[in-house]
Design a protein around this ligand. Sequence first.
Ligand SMILES: [Zn+2]
Ligand SMILES: [Zn+2]
Ligand SMILES: [Zn+2]
Ligand SMILES: [Zn+2]
Ligand SMILES: [Zn+2]
Length: 335
Amino acid sequence: MMEVEDCNNGNSSISLFDLPIESLTNIASYLRKSSRALFTVALAYDHNNVQVRDLCGIRSLHSWRKQLSAVGGERWDILDFGDLERDLARRLCDSDIEAVLLFFDAVHIRKLRLSNCTNIKGSCLEPLRGSLMLEQIDLSFAGDNNIGALPASLYILNSIVERECSSLRHIQFPDIREIVLDRTESSSEIKHFITKYNQMWKKRDNVSCSKCNTDINISGGNNIRWMNIFGIQFYTCAACTRFFCDECASEVVEDKPELGRVDMQMLAFCAHCQKNYCADCKRMNRCQVGIECDQYICCDCNYLRECSGCTFKMCGDCFNERRCDKNKAYCDFCE
Ligand SMILES: [Zn+2]
Ligand SMILES: [Zn+2]
Ligand SMILES: [Zn+2]
Ligand SMILES: [Zn+2]
Ligand SMILES: [Zn+2]
């Protein structure tokens, strides 16, 4: 192995960058895609000690990027930081994300998921400004304790929605209910954006239902809204981004008891993570507490409890409401 003079202390040592690419790609092959992206960028960033923006201009990095990022054979137009360990996601800052976006060619990115990246303030989205490729963005990093991240994100989203041929088809906002009701400046910025977003949808021709081909804009009538004022997008599955008209969305899908489904709807809204999912993408469980609640909880959200008297499931909201002693709550049928 080659020895390189370390300029800091005069000791002979090698830097990470001097390790043979085979060793690095071998390490990379054990990492999840999002971790691999961070690993690749961290090495490049560390070695070159340059500003994030200059990084991509370095020619030697191109083959490097190719080799390291090709390990899993995936495409890099989808970046999902939502699959990172929560602890790591929480520690990422804007420059980390921005570096990855720039390194993997932000103009080609189609899907970006930033859930759990609660430390970012939104400036990392700058490389996506005016993007014509971006189809889906998950901004669940913002919210109650990170309201500051919304204005910067809205600024970028506005620049995308304003483009005539934007590909945008799904935005996942965090829970912005309280901010919207607050009547602050953020609240009016959000409302303004949502109005613009709805106008963008109305202008599109032939946004057809993936099941019956109906044009959703036509079937929804003149007052159709694709997003309500609390930032919840309708008609769209948050996982596959297919569209479903009202009629097909409410269609009951065949019960599959072995999957735990009870009168499952084709497109259902998880009351906990506030996402719409289609029956092909996620299993949804309906709260079985009785007549008061029939909300769905998706299988990703760990928010279903069991009635203390039978095997019926109830959502966390109902469980907390009905909790009698320490950890017991009963459904209507057991009370
Ligand atoms: Zn339909
Ligand atoms: Zn789906
Ligand atoms: Zn959920
Ligand atoms: Zn019960
Ligand atoms: Zn419930």
